[in-house]
Design a protein around this ligand. Structure first.
Ligand code: 0A1
Ligand code: ZN
Length: 882
């Protein structure tokens, strides 16, 4: 560092002490305040002198006035926890600069300049995992959404696109591999034991897509030739020893590249595509241009250590990040309010990809289950926001199930309305119109209107209004005329800041079944646009059975007046597999919600057992679907429907129903488990399906006969040649009070002691146990030598699992709530982004019966009263208390 050129020491300039931000209330950023940037940065050259303790970064920014913005002679550069150690304009010491909070303001006299800045970073102490940080001896970056400002002063906003050249040098022994975006254009060795590499990314990109990785890594390599003939070198980089667990990730990458060409016509655009797996990561993965960085959990998979669900997650996330190359990178977001532009669309794309790689029907059910478990509670709670939010304090809090999963549902509805071919024309037009731009959700909708030929004027409400619409369909039949009338009413609930809502346009797929023949006269899509409207159909001598929201054509809460008999009919005969699943789920839900008030409904329980028996016997469905149909609704979904709920009463009703079904169907479930146990391990659907039904059978049997099922589960555990069977058996065992339980948990730990991802499972299995001592176990595990607050996967394995376990979290003593509040307070100074993700669990107090609700609120107030809180946690806690 050249002290003389450190602006902090230049008289007349603000000193670094002045740069410390004032502790003020967090500012609210508003969508409608958007202004284009006054300055653009067409080029940036970055030089890194790498070290775990100290990394020096020198940036040269070519800046020029933006002709499309109001003129401003001051260049606003964002910074976060940075000091400029050197600051030059056109090669001369900068003059008149100042700090505004942590940002740097630099007056510039002309239209175009070259600005040079040096910063010093301390990766080893960066526990937030944003910006440049150290993980297991390697260096890596995370810049979305606002991490680049922790590396370099920069207009860190997604509408400033630059061409990056990155030169990095570092110790050859510590950092043998040096990676950044784009393609490597030069490299060399120096005599002092260091080496260097230069990477050039020809595609202009926003700073959030910048990435750098340096460390001791090994690669699985492969290649892909694009439809245009470009030969792309592919590499999946992991720590030495992990390379044998990267085959599935590489296969998923190649499948994604091919699929995006075939289904969306999108081709890859560099000669290199690198993926790096890191064990300390706040989220799932990151789509940095040409250098995707992943949480190890979404890369490493082999049969011994990863479940079938883990394999699917790897495929889905590898696909998701790859698809961002177009939906996110080539066309990026103008501002962070447009996040769903890239995330909603990319989730839809990864869902379609996974459906094409496996079973479309099963994938749809899984996706709806996730939506209901994660997004519906968000949409009806204090943190509800539209898929395109109007304001935020901390953008990290808006990487939500609403922006991602509901965002995908909204685009899926456009696809349903347009049909696949027209939808493709719309997406082609979107990519063609906006390639190289930072676009808005409105741009996407307009391209869909123009390209797919849709009128989306009312549909734009899906971007504006939060809340899950409630739709009620009442059917009447007139025997004389043979007419069926559907009266459809909708209501969108009030959400924070949106007390009054307009009716939404809803594409509702329906079919009217003839009870006698078990068939229907064709599926129809009703276009609902009003608060109340009727639809009439002729030709029905008998009242038909209504099958509605088939394929979950709209993300709504549907209420119908279907009788138990209608639901039993649909559960047995509907030709739409989602609707069949849904009919069974509704029967379960009715029974479980009713049972907490008036005890079990005998005829309904018997009907459910019969329907489940039919599912077990049905040779027309495969085991993957069978496993899905045998699953009872999650408690967290039931809480939504029962609000205000007594979660433990719901849990008990659910256990009683499981015990009833396990007893009534014991013979068939045992036979199913026996039959499935003979199927050899492979990754094909039949073998995966067999493993799925095995675990579902054990879950139901365990509620009926603990001792016998414990023997069966122990045998499955001991005989297992794969993680799906082993984890499934152990999860069942861990809920039982049998001597083998402790032994198997110890065996599992010893067997996988050096595999962090499997040790995460060991923590999670224990935190998910439906046992009265589960909170004691969580407390003990928090003191275990393998537990650390520094690793988000480990924290989530223990505490996110506990928060999602209603039996633990909603313990009548309030201890579960206290433990989550303690965690938030302890984690916040270490990793605010991850800490903030625990707050919404406490924020659901309005859904819970008053005694527990008061205790949940009390814990929120306790967090709110803490002397210093991050912006992340502060925003979530304040909103949750309102
Ligand atoms: N764009 C990524 C998600 C992501 C967002 C923020 C992060 O910061 C820690 C990391 C990843 C995706 O959708 O995959
Ligand atoms: Zn994404």
């Amino acid at each position: 560092m050249d002290i003389a050129r450190n602006p902090a020491s230049i008289p007349g300039n603000a000193s670094l002490a002045d740069a410390a931000p004032e502790p003020t209330a967090p500012d609210t950023i508003r969508r409608l305040d958007y202004q284009p940037p006054a300055w653009l940065v067409p080029d940036i050259a970055l030089e890194f002198d790498l070290g775990i303790e100290l990394t020096k970064v020198r940036a040269t920014l070519t800046v020029r006035q933006n002709p499309d913005a109001a003129r401003d002679q001051t260049l606003h550069l964002c910074g976060d926890n940075l000091a400029a150690m050197d600051l030059l304009v056109d090669g001369n010491p900068a003059e008149g600069w100042s700090m505004s909070g942590s940002n740097l303001l630099l007056p510039l006299p002309g239209d175009a300049h070259e600005v040079t800045i040096e910063t010093h970073l301390h990766p080893a102490t960066n526990s937030q995992l944003m910006g440049l940080y150290a993980s297991n001896g390697m260096l890596c970056t995370q810049c979305e959404a606002e991490g680049f400002r922790r590396i370099m002063f920069f207009p860190d906003r997604p509408d400033v696109l630059s061409r990056y050249t990155v030169r990095m040098k570092g110790d050859r022994g510590a950092f043998p591999i040096l990676l950044s975006n784009g393609d490597m254009t030069a490299s060399g060795e120096d005599e002092d034991g260091t080496h260097w590499a230069e990477w050039t990314d020809p595609w202009p990109k926003p700073s959030y897509l910048f990435a750098l990785v340096a460390g001791d890594l090994v690669a699985r390599r492969d290649g892909f030739t694009t439809m245009g003939g470009r030969k792309v070198d592919l590499a999946v980089w992991v720590r030495p020893g992990d390379e044998d667990r990267t085959e599935h990730a590489m296969r998923s990458l190649i499948n994604s590249m091919k699929w995006d060409e075939e289904v969306f016509g999108r081709e890859y655009d560099l000669d290199t595509f690198n993926i790096v797996a890191v064990s300390d990561f706040n989220m799932g993965a990151m789509e940095n241009k040409g250098l995707n960085i992943f949480n190890t959990r979404y890369i490493l998979a082999d049969p011994d250590t990863a479940t079938d669900g883990d394999f699917d997650a790897v495929e889905g996330v590898v696909g998701h990040e790859y698809f961002h190359n177009w939906s996110g990178n080539r066309v990026t977001c103008r501002d962070w309010f447009q996040l769903s532009l890239k995330e909603g669309f990319t989730v839809l794309r990864d869902q379609m990809f996974s459906a094409d790689m496996g079973s479309e029907a099963v994938k749809r059910i899984e996706d709806v289950r996730i939506l209901r478990a994660a997004q519906f509670p968000e949409d009806s709670g204090p943190l509800a926001h539209p898929i395109r939010p109007d304001s935020y304090q901390e953008i990290s809090n808006f990487y939500t199930a609403t922006v991602y999963n509901k965002g995908a549902e909204v685009i899926r509805m456009m696809r349903t309305m347009a049909g696949p071919e027209k939808f493709r024309q719309g997406s082609d037009l979107y990519f063609q119109r906006h390639d190289g731009e930072a676009a808005t959700c409105e741009d996407f909708v307009k391209a869909m209107e123009d390209g797919a030929g849709l009128d989306l004027s009312q549909f734009r409400l899906w971007y504006e209004q939060a809340g899950t619409p409630r739709v009620n369909v009442a059917m009447t039949h007139d025997a004389g005329s043979g007419k069926v009338t559907l009266e459809v009413k909708q209501q969108v609930p009030a959400t924070p800041g949106q007390p009054v809502k307009k009716p939404m346009p809803i594409p509702l797929k329906i079919a009217l079944f003839d009870r006698g023949t078990g068939t229907h006269d064709g599926e129809r899509t009703l276009q609902i646009t009003k608060a109340s409207e009727t639809f009439t159909f002729g030709g029905f001598a008998q009242p038909p059975v209504l099958s509605a929201n088939r394929g979950f054509s709209a993300p709504i809460q549907l209420e119908t007046e279907a009788s138990d008999a209608d639901l039993t009919f649909l559960a047995a005969s509907d030709d739409d597999s989602f609707a069949r699943y849904e009919a069974l789920q509704q029967l379960f839900t009715r029974e479980l919600l009713g049972a907490t008030d008036s005890g079990p409904n005998e005829p309904r329980r018997a009907a459910i057992a019969e329907a489940m028996g039919a599912v077990i016997d049905d040779t027309a469905i495969d085991d993957m679907m069978r496993g899905e149909l045998l699953m009872l609704p999650a408690i967290n979904f039931l809480i939504e429907l029962a609000a205000p709920a007594d979660p433990v009463a719901l849990h008990e009703a659910r256990e009683r129903l499981k015990a009833y079904l396990g007893t009534r169907l014991r013979g068939r479930l045992t036979a199913l488990h026996d039959r499935a146990s003979t199927v050899a391990y492979s990754l094909d659907a039949a073998s995966r399906g067999a493993r799925k039904v095995k675990t579902q059978a054990l879950i139901l049997l365990a509620a009926a006969d603990r001792a016998e099922t414990a023997r069966r589960a122990e045998a499955q555990y001991r005989a297992a040649d794969n993680m799906t069977d082993r984890q499934g058996a152990l999860a069942v065992m861990s809920g039982l009070d049998v001597p083998a339980r402790g032994e198997l948990l110890a065996d599992f730990h010893a067997r996988y002691a050096d595999n962090a991802l499997v040790i995460d499972k060991w923590f999670a299995i224990q935190a998910s146990a439906l046992r009265s001592d589960v909170l004691d176990a969580v407390e003990t595990l928090a003191g275990h030598e393998d537990f650390t607050m520094k690793n988000p996967n480990r924290v989530r394995a223990l505490y996110m699992t506990m928060a999602g376990n209603p039996f633990a979290f909603h313990d009548a003593s309030g201890r579960g709530y206290r433990m989550i509040a303690d965690l938030v307070l302890k984690l916040d100074p270490i990793n605010p982004q991850t800490a903030a993700r625990f707050v919404p669990w406490l924020g659901r107090w309005r859904k819970i019966e008053p005694v527990r609700a008061a205790m949940m609120r009390e814990q929120l107030s306790r967090i709110a009263a803490a002397r210093s809180l991050s912006k992340d946690v502060r925003e979530q806690v304040t909103k949750s208390l309102d």
